[in-house]
Design a protein. Structure first.
Length: 289
């Protein structure tokens, strides 16, 4: 059974990666959890000729972020790699906990920051592609949610591979056909150290409801794969028939990275968070009393 799980995971990752254009240097998003830790392991084992840069984002969520970075370092060291760490508080002067003070639904802000920073760091390190550990259930949840909410543009955007576009590095999701349970088995079989604790500030109630619904509808892995293939075809059909308008991207007026608006979401939010914190510091200063 153990060798079968290892072989299935490896084969499905290879099948996805072989679809990508040839690349030399890959940045791997490493959170310290089982999914990204397993992705780093299977990728480095399968592609010893590729240059791999593990990247960890420390968002400043107290002990949780400290533990996440510690496990990410263990995973990188186990693969014989140097971990690149971006510490949000050290680099930008605030944490995600600070952001939550003005963005109660902080998960969307966290996702925005992760996407932007992973791309920026990968671009600065001359990586050809960023690999993330989104698994089969992650795709199904996003896809089902998009269809039920008539969010067809979002359905088309969440792809298994996104090609390079200017200063936006290519994105790959090699675990897109691997179920979460199988990744957990792989991590345990390979003895990969990982943090099992969930983010303490994440409140993804709707996401969990969709996940439970999928488990009811698709009790077997084959059913999940069938749904995934069907939804992927639907997204392709919508895009090919012109039902979805692809937004034109232009350089952000602040950072220069491509964005859909004049100023990208990351820069807009960073500016707002810093302004809020500065007002708070000014109001608590002895000179203002």
């Amino acid at each position: 059974m153990s060798s079968r799980v290892e072989e299935i995971v490896r084969r499905r990752v290879l099948t996805e990666v072989e679809k990508y254009p040839v690349f030399r240097r890959a940045a791997v998003a490493l959170s310290g959890g089982k999914d990204s830790g397993s992705l780093l392991h299977v990728f480095t084992e399968s592609y010893p000729d590729k240059e791999v840069i593990p990247i960890h984002l420390n968002l400043g969520i107290g002990g949780f972020s400290e533990a996440s970075e510690r496990f990410a370092r263990m995973q990188a060291e186990r693969a014989g790699l140097h971990l690149v760490v971006f510490n949000l508080e050290r680099e930008l002067g605030f944490t995600i906990l600070d952001a939550r003070r003005i963005y109660p639904k902080v998960c969307s802000v966290c996702g925005c920051f992760k996407r932007y920073l992973l791309n920026r760091i990968a671009f600065e390190l001359d990586a050809d592609i960023v690999l993330t550990a989104h698994h089969l259930e992650d795709f199904l949840v996003r896809m089902f949610k998009s269809v039920l909410n008539a969010g067809f543009e979002e359905l088309a955007r969440f792809k298994t591979y996104l090609p390079k576009n200017g200063n936006l590095v290519a994105k790959g999701r090699p675990f897109c056909r691997v179920p979460e349970r199988m990744i957990a088995e792989y991590a345990l079989l390979k003895g990969i150290p990982f943090l099992s604790e969930k983010c303490p500030i994440g409140r993804k109630v709707n996401i969990e409801r969709f996940r439970k619904t999928i488990e009811i509808l698709a009790r077997r892995q084959s059913q999940k794969l069938l749904y995934f293939s069907s939804l992927t075809k639907l997204a392709e059909m919508l895009q090919n028939c012109g039902a979805i308008t692809i937004q034109e991207l232009k350089p952000c007026s602040s950072c220069g990275f491509l964005a859909s608006g004049e100023t990208c979401s990351f820069c807009t939010r960073v500016r707002k968070i810093k302004a809020f914190l500065e007002r708070g510091q000014a109001s608590s200063s002895p000179n203002t009393r």
